[in-house]
Design a protein around this ligand. Structure first.
Ligand SMILES: [Cu+2]
Length: 225
């Protein structure tokens, strides 16, 4: 084999390898998950996450995220991240905040600060991390740490589209929101392959929702002063 032939063989092999890798990642079935309240009204800002069997190395690494503080609110109110993700807590207000969480083992404290002086916080344990501010009692936020790279918040129509890997033999779809009162077993649906294939899944909540924490229509506006 000449040098050029070897190069060509190498590049062909490389192209083949790349196509195998990308098809393993790309080949997926999309499911739509919808969350509605007992009256059939869509519920936005619900965390939906999918735990897939045997997905192992195909999982994407955790992405870092930002939990901002604006107008004495955590923005977003609910954030979902993969286990191991680092989250920055910049303060975009002109006043100071003192951010903390007592949610063990993800508890942490960022002493009183303005701007962005603190290192990101890494969340290494699954679960809901409830956020507060020592200065402003009404400030409330949530970080949901999940052991999967398939997650999203529902949109205004209570809907979300998620990709399920072809290679998985089964999976569970889970939902969470601080507004939901239903028991834990109602918030998980299991799909076993290949006996079942699903393109659309609806969670109909049985119990009335808690009121939203921040209702913009009820908030006092600066123009009213
Ligand atoms: Cu504060």
């Amino acid at each position: 084999m000449t040098g050029r032939q070897i190069n060509r063989t190498t590049s062909t092999l490389l192209a083949l390898l790349l196509s195998v890798v990308s098809s393993a990642v790309v080949h997926a079935e999309t499911i739509e998950v919808i969350v509605v309240d007992p009256d059939g009204v869509p519920v936005p800002e619900v965390v939906v996450f999918v735990e897939q069997d045997g997905i192992g190395l195909l999982r994407a690494p955790p992405e870092s995220a930002v939990m901002d503080q604006r107008n004495k609110q955590f923005v977003p109110h609910v954030l979902v991240v993969q286990k191991g993700a680092s989250v920055l807590f910049p303060n975009s207000d002109v006043i100071g905040h003192h951010v903390y969480s007592f949610s063990k083992p993800n508890n942490f404290v960022l002493p009183l600060y303005k701007g962005d002086p603190h290192d990101p916080v890494t969340f290494n344990h699954n679960g809901v991390v409830m956020l507060g501010c020592n200065i402003h009692d009404h400030m409330l936020g949530y970080i949901v740490v999940v052991d999967t790279d398939v997650f999203e918040l529902t949109d205004e129509s209570g809907s979300v589209l998620l990709n399920i890997a072809d290679s998985t033999t089964g999976y569970s779809v889970n939902i969470w929101s601080p507004r939901i009162r239903d028991g834990k077993q109602e918030l998980t649906k299991r799909v076993d392959r290949p006996s079942t294939t699903v393109s659309k899944m609806t969670f109909v909540l049985q119990r009335k929702l808690r009121a939203p924490h921040h209702d913009p229509t009820e908030a006092v506006q600066w123009s009213e002063y």
